[in-house]
Design a protein around this ligand. Sequence first.
Ligand code: GAL
Length: 365
Amino acid sequence: MATLTQFRPGEIWPDDHGVHINAHGGGILVHQGIFYWFGEHKVEGKLGNSAQVGVHVYSSRDLYNWRDEGIALRVEDSPDSDITRGCVLERPKVIYNARTSKFVMWFHLELKGRGYSASRSGVAISDHVTGPYQFIRSLRPNAGILPMNEASRSVDPLNEAESARMASKRWSEGRSDFPVDLIFRRDFPGGQMARDMTLFVDDDSTAYHVFASEENATLNIAELSEDYTTHTGRYFRVFPREFNEAPALFKHSGRYYMFSSDCTGWAPNPGRVAVADSIWGPWTHLGNPCRGEPEQTATTFESQSTHVLPIPGPVPGQLGKFIYMGDRWRPDNAIDGRYIWLPIEWENDAPVIRWHDHWDMRVLA
Ligand code: GAL
């Protein structure tokens, strides 16, 4: 294979065997100076929208050239397993826990044959960065626990009329009166829904799980336990009723930034970015981070965010150099999904992205 020296967003991206990289909805862990890219392994056709294989991992020293490190987490054959072949296993992210010396993977899990209704989070661990990862459990986060920013909100079970309204599904039509409170109360005993997700590790090693909850209407930011395999119960509801998915969090100059998207399934939509001085908020909208032609800003360059990669410096985020990573989904032939990586520029302290047919790390220098 010829050595690659550029990013070419949207084009076929060959790995060390010349095969298009298969790591969709992915994220990158930097460990001992090596980049590890984890993502959904897709197969051909629409079947690829469900998990037939598992989570694929690649390694790289320069971010252009990726070595196939195989399947980090495999779906299981047993029909009784939560991660049985044919489940939906999306947006896997891996972080390293220095206390336990374990690599911890979280992902969005939908149980086989139940569409997107299960809305669970899965967790798997490994002693080795490339795996094999061992599936531990799936769950709905924060069962029976109130968010930190609304410690007195009602958790009354739904009454008959409210249950009937929820069951009718007519509530899913409008956004302005979307019944997030009813959904929250419905799910309170068993845990909140968790779909599109990311992980973020702060400078003090505290890790956070960020996920689309309440039928995607509200983002939750939830603290993970010291070993990163459970939730502590400290969590925060962000932007209720605003329908953010595809969260990607990063930190720069002591502030927290979050890319996200609207909710339009596999079809792209205008991206969003928000900022906060504390991870617990308040979060403030900075608008659409895309700069370019109307059709580019309306579709985030035909992509949906999945991760923002800080270019490693002495202190994470200190260099102020970041790469936006997005997916250009191809739901009719899932394996052909493309990767849209673009350099993040700063405009009045707001991160923005512009299209580049091709670019290299000198753009960020
Ligand atoms: C998108 C989401 C993807 C996937 C898809 C299914 O909105 O970001 O991860 O869940 O919907 O339609």
